[in-house]
Design a protein around this ligand. Structure first.
Ligand code: 5RP
Length: 227
């Protein structure tokens, strides 16, 4: 079974957790897209959906899901989103799709958060996937030097690299840049999260700690639920 089939299984299982009338946070990425499709197919009445990116908003709109914003619906019942890594205690790395800031804002506004993933995303130690860090464009090279100092303090020798696409630097929906830090292994995610947040110019990082209530992992045999 392909990773995409596992993602579909996880997304479909998560869609079953949604009830009529809920305010639902919609994640970003290929796994979250399966959830959005499965949710739309259920045609539940009175939903309001808060997307975490322009891409997800477009997909949800095409599928006829009623959209709202965090401004209009500041309290969300349930958010379902993908992740790049799912570590012990449901500590996550997110931001591979450059949506981490809006994602974290929506997650933090949610009464319950379910992360959905294919089996390969589950790891014993976070850090094999490069940690995305969202940075203000103004003075970003100065901010990158400060990030390098923090990483060095965490025994991470590689400086973070600015994310590039064919057309130039990747911009988030909010117009910021993404730096990716190839950490290798993050031994103290909570301390790293705190230290990165203290850097002026860092808007947010992709460590999602103590936010996920449950993980639904698609496997070759079905799904596995982690709590
Ligand atoms: C976007 C994210 C995604 O949820 C994460 O990158 C996983 O993506 P995919 O489901 O495509 O593997 O954090 O910012």
């Amino acid at each position: 079974m392909s990773a995409d089939d596992q993602k579909r299984r996880a997304g479909e299982a998560a869609a079953e957790r949604v009830a009529a009338g809920m305010i639902v946070g919609l994640g970003t990425g290929s796994t979250a897209a399966w959830f959005v499709k499965a949710l739309a197919a259920r045609k539940l009445p009175d939903l309001r959906c808060v997307p975490t990116s322009e891409a997800t908003a477009e997909l949800a709109r095409e599928l006829g899901l009623p959209l709202s914003t965090l401004e209009d619906t500041p309290r969300i019942d349930l958010t379902v989103d993908g992740a790049d890594e799912v570590g012990p205690g449901l500590a996550l790395i997110k931001g591979g799709g450059a949506a981490l800031l809006r994602e974290k804002l929506v997650w933090e506004a949610s009464a319950r958060c379910i992360v959905i993933a294919d089996a390969a995303k589950v790891v014993k130690t976070l850090g094999r996937f490069a940690l995305p860090i969202e940075v203000v464009a103004f003075g970003h090279k100065t901010t990158a030097n400060r990030i390098a100092d923090v990483l060095a303090d965490h025994d991470i020798a590689m400086p973070a690299r600015v994310r590039q696409a064919e057309r130039g630097l990747v911009r988030t929906d909010g117009g910021n840049l993404i730096y990716d830090a190839a950490c290798g292994a993050i031994h103290d995610p909570a301390r790293l999260a705190d230290d990165l947040k203290l850097i002026t110019g860092v808007v947010e990082h992709g460590l999602f700690l103590d936010l996920a209530d449950e993980a639904i992992v698609g496997t070759d045999d079905g799904i596995e639920v982690l709590t």
